[in-house]
Write a protein that binds this ligand. Structure first.
Ligand SMILES: [Zn+2]
Length: 447
């Protein structure tokens, strides 16, 4: 997405719900049989989406808004649908997902296939952009010693593979949208360019839980959409060539699917995001928070994301098996795992948590050996031990075992998935759940 488009996207965020933080804008929407148009109580009339776009960028309109807020327009959901349907026909937001990367000098192969083939575009610095249709349904891209080969022929510049039928496979996994191969900072990047709503539908399959009801999937759809839009804007600022990775470093993404429930959750929340100060929020979520109060976590900068500093505990996940857990390691196995961190920890004689933050997350653990003791950061110990589910734990030595007891599964910040699941059971709707987990954030709609 170009810089101009993103700026315009930001300017066109429409306010959906009434919150205490929002300044209400005195426009209301009326519609006739032919056109939708916005009429202000100040007799200021916008007759079409085109004129809305012009007005959004005009100083005349801009000065009417408070410093921090963007365009907050009171609309009914029904009339909003009409406006958005019109706007969607004109533009859609694309997400660039990094599927794979390879060092420039190494050999790599990516196999693409699409039922009706691809339109191939090569962006060359010197000769501009060339385009040709590949008749074959399969394209093989290879990288070797800094050279990019497309079906055996050398290509200079970035490649775009546009699938004629709207989707294609990369190394056997089907994705909606198109593909790019681009060289950036001595790495070849394989990027999937996918429509935002298709991306959210795909992400739900891996980030949600099979069989969970529609309402909770609507919660996740809005959280995932807010998160990725935050990353889209972040990538634009930083110059990153892609918006998100396809791993749990961002959101796990494994391509297209046909699960009706998930598609419905996306369709029913289409374009909805949570916002703060006029921008989509970093809507982090984890599996089970274990009742930890996020605002008490020391190792997180809440100044950048005040809506994550929840000052009250989630108790909705208490029934989850992940709320409290215990794992134990055989003494010798534990020592072997620790060797990755420090070679001289042999014959561990004792282990204790020596420091926690106010939220109860472990910051330091003392390991005592026969000759000396070592302090290991809590997060480091967590990273070495796959079965330890969170940073909230205690540990002690019991005969020939090292026993961990802990709470929650994940980083304890943002939305708690098992909590949200229980809230739906208890009758909460998706908007109330999101307001509970992201205090101060409000609903916005992307055009
Ligand atoms: Zn919870």
């Amino acid at each position: 997405m170009s810089a101009g488009k993103i700026d315009f996207f930001l300017m066109c965020i429409l306010f959906l719900s009434n919150t205490t933080q929002a300044t209400r804008w005195p426009w209301s929407i009326v519609s006739d049989t032919k056109n939708n148009f916005l009429v202000s109580k100040k007799k200021y009339t916008i007759r079409s989406i085109t004129s809305l776009k012009k007005s959004c960028t005009s100083d005349r309109v801009r000065h009417l808004f408070p410093e921090k807020s963007l365009f907050q327009i009171t609309l009914t959901e029904k009339s909003l649908e009409d406006v958005l349907a019109h706007a969607r026909r004109k533009k859609s937001i694309k997400v660039h997902v990094l599927l794979a990367q390879a060092d420039e000098k190494t050999s790599m192969e990516w196999r693409f296939a699409s039922p009706q083939g691809f339109i191939l575009q090569v962006a060359d610095e010197h000769s501009g952009c060339s385009k040709k249709t590949i008749k074959m349904p399969a394209v093989i891209i290879k990288t070797k010693s800094g050279v990019l080969l497309c079906n055996g022929k050398r290509v200079k510049g970035a490649l775009k593979l546009r699938s004629v039928c709207g989707y294609g496979e990369c190394n056997g996994t089907a994705y909606d949208g198109d593909f790019f191969i681009v060289l950036h900072k001595e790495k070849f990047l394989c990027i999937n360019q996918v429509d935002l709503e298709d991306y959210i539908a795909a992400v739900l399959r891996t980030e949600s839980w099979p069989g969970w009801p529609l309402e909770v999937n609507k919660v996740f759809a809005i959280a995932c959409r807010s998160y990725v839009m935050f990353k889209v804007l972040e990538a634009k600022r930083s110059g990153r060539k892609y918006h998100v990775k396809n791993t749990n470093a961002h959101q796990t993404y494994r391509g297209r699917h046909d699960v009706p429930m998930l598609k419905m959750a996306v369709a029913q929340t289409r374009g909805m995001v949570l916002g703060f100060e006029g921008k989509p929020i970093l809507a982090m979520f984890d599996c089970c928070c274990g009742g930890v109060v996020p605002a008490h976590i020391a190792d997180f900068d809440f100044n950048k994301a005040p809506y994550l500093a929840r000052t009250y505990a989630c108790t909705h996940c208490e029934q989850s098996s992940l709320y409290s857990w215990q794992v134990s390691y055989e003494h010798t196995i534990f020592e072997t795992l620790l060797e990755q961190y420090k070679q001289d920890i042999v014959r561990l004689s004792d282990i204790h948590v020596t420091k926690k933050d106010k939220a109860g997350l472990v910051t330091h653990v003392r390991l005592k050996g026969p000759k000396h003791t070592t302090i290991i950061p809590g997060k480091k110990l967590y990273s070495l031990l796959k079965e330890v589910k969170s940073f909230h734990f205690d540990v002690h030595k019991k005969s020939n075992k090292i026993v961990f007891t802990g709470r929650g599964f994940g980083h304890h910040i943002g939305l708690c998935q098992w909590g949200a699941r229980q809230m739906v059971r208890d009758g909460w709707d998706y908007k109330s759940i999101l307001r509970f987990y992201y205090p101060g954030a409000y609903f916005m709609h992307l055009i």
